[in-house]
Design a protein. Structure first.
Length: 184
């Protein structure tokens, strides 16, 4: 993890971080709203495991029932298309932003530089969540109890890591501004 964090700090340029920010903003402004509308239309609901912080296996099965066959198929299709690209986009943004900021805010070897790895872990848990929820949707009405129970935990951990990454961005911004101010 240390080597990866330090490698990211060395390789991440301001231009790369800015480019990732622009891609992230464009994706949030143009792609996310369209995808949310398509998902709501296909499933008949705005409720989804992906956007929930906490849910139970019973709630996951209730969504699977409410979505119907066409909604479940659309859900799985979205997990295999949109929800492969989206985690890559937010992870690129968060990882480059944290790497760039923390390299300016903290000296080499600081534990704060490890924060650049947090979004990568969030992405892994997002992919695991997508696999678990998709498996439940594909197998429904047959139950997959262990996977259904794990799905809610995977989602919670994903949100803690991704949300925590945005919180760490704020820490990085404040620390970088402070260090720059001390350098003057």
């Amino acid at each position: 993890m240390w080597r990866l964090a330090e490698w990211l700090a060395v390789k991440t340029t301001g231009r790369l971080a800015l480019g990732a920010l622009v891609l992230f903003v464009l994706f949030v402004a143009l792609v996310l709203p369209r995808q949310a509308g398509e998902a709501e239309q296909a499933s008949g609901s705005s409720a989804s495991p992906d956007t929930s912080l906490v849910y139970t296996a019973e709630q996951l099965y209730a969504w699977a029932e409410a979505y119907g066959a066409a909604g479940r198929a659309a859900y799985v299709r979205a997990r295999l298309t949109f929800d492969v690209v989206w985690p890559l986009v937010y992870t690129l943004f968060l990882t480059t932003a944290l790497s760039w900021l923390m390299a300016r805010a903290f000296a080499a070897g600081s534990r704060w530089r490890l924060t650049a790895v947090v979004p990568l872990l969030g992405m892994v848990f997002d992919f695991l969540e997508n696999g678990a929820t998709s498996l439940v949707m594909v197998r429904y009405p047959a139950e997959t109890p262990v996977v259904a129970q794990m799905a809610g935990v995977l989602t919670l951990v994903k949100w803690l890591l991704v949300g925590g990454s945005f919180g760490l961005l704020l820490v990085g911004i404040v620390a970088a501004i402070r260090r720059r101010g001390q350098g003057r």
